[in-house]
Design a protein around this ligand. Structure first.
Ligand code: PEP
Ligand code: MN
Length: 290
């Protein structure tokens, strides 16, 4: 496969041919394993995060997601529990053993959020917040950088350069859907981005079908497609009671929908000569009870 030259350097396959593999807890992101991250859009209460964390763990997810600082379109919408939410995520991590991914919204919270997070999430709206990107570049901690809803693949790669240039090599990229003329879905999941990014960069690629389609009815189909297209992992919104979620309930899977999806991802990843991490496979196939 020929490797063209591009304005991004450190992220390119020309600079680093082998896949970057990021270790988080006992798991590796960017290896042959398909990494499933799941949990609510927002941490809402102790009961909600613990119930959801137990549900996603027993379905075979290996990383817990949950926002404590939320980037909401309206300042009147729920903004997250902030540090209290981070503490609840820690409690959920302790009882389930799942490492945590959570969003850092601004540079002023970076020290606090990075004290709790195993993976820092930089949201779509912050993809070009260059001072935040520079700051996470000085950390030595995994970062998941989400594609902006109006940004090109090249711009996503250029943003990753801001982090990489300061020596933080633990960067993964996330396709989460872009704005198009189509209003029947919240966003248009750009499946093209997955094989393209896998060719252009050595960084792991995560797919977010929840924000990509915005409707729980279609999340599983897009998730299956993303793994078939070569994604290294998925991040999925799951809520113990989606109808009463404080954010993104319409796109959140119930625990039973997520359990069904895990079985499908198990099979699709095998077809791609990959697989869920072995502990997750046992859980997903009902061979291990937790
Ligand atoms: C989220 O993950 O809940 C989120 C706000 O995602 P995005 O930044 O992709 O909109
Ligand atoms: Mn969300």
């Amino acid at each position: 496969m020929s490797i063209p030259t591009h304005p991004y350097k450190l992220a390119s396959r020309a600079f680093h041919r082998e896949n970057t593999v990021i270790e988080v807890g006992n798991f590796t992101i960017g290896s042959d394993d398909i990494i499933m991250m799941a949990g609510p859009c927002s941490v809402e209460s102790r009961q909600q995060i613990l119930a959801t964390a137990h549900a996603v763990k027993s379905a075979g997810a290996v990383i817990l997601r949950g926002g404590a600082f939320k980037p909401r379109t309206s300042p009147y919408s729920f903004q997250g529990l902030e540090e209290e939410g981070l503490k609840l995520l820690m409690e959920a991590k302790e009882v389930t053993g799942l490492p945590v991914i959570t969003e850092v919204l601004g540079i002023e919270q970076l020290e606090m959020v990075s004290a709790y997070a195993d993976i820092l999430q930089i949201g779509a709206r912050n993809m070009q917040n260059f001072s935040l990107l520079n700051a996470v570049g000085h950390l030595r901690k995994p970062v998941m950088l989400k594609r902006g809803m109006g940004n090109t693949i090249e711009e996503l790669l250029m943003s990753s350069e801001y982090i990489l240039q300061h020596g933080n090599s633990q960067v993964m990229l996330c396709e989460r859907g872009i704005r198009s003329f189509e209003r029947a879905t919240r966003n248009t999941f750009d499946i093209n981005a997955i094989p393209l990014l896998k060719n252009l960069t050595h960084l792991p690629i995560i797919a977010d079908p929840s924000h990509g389609v915005g409707n729980a009815l279609y999340v599983a189909a897009v998730a299956r497609g993303a793994v078939a297209a070569g994604a290294d992992g998925l991040i999925i919104e799951v809520h113990s009671d989606p109808g009463n979620a404080l954010s993104d309930g319409e796109q959140s899977l119930s625990p039973s929908m997520f359990t069904k999806l895990m079985g499908e991802i198990d099979r699709i990843s095998q077809a791609m000569n990959r697989g869920l991490p072995s502990s997750a496979t046992l859980t997903t196939r009902g061979l291990l009870n937790i």
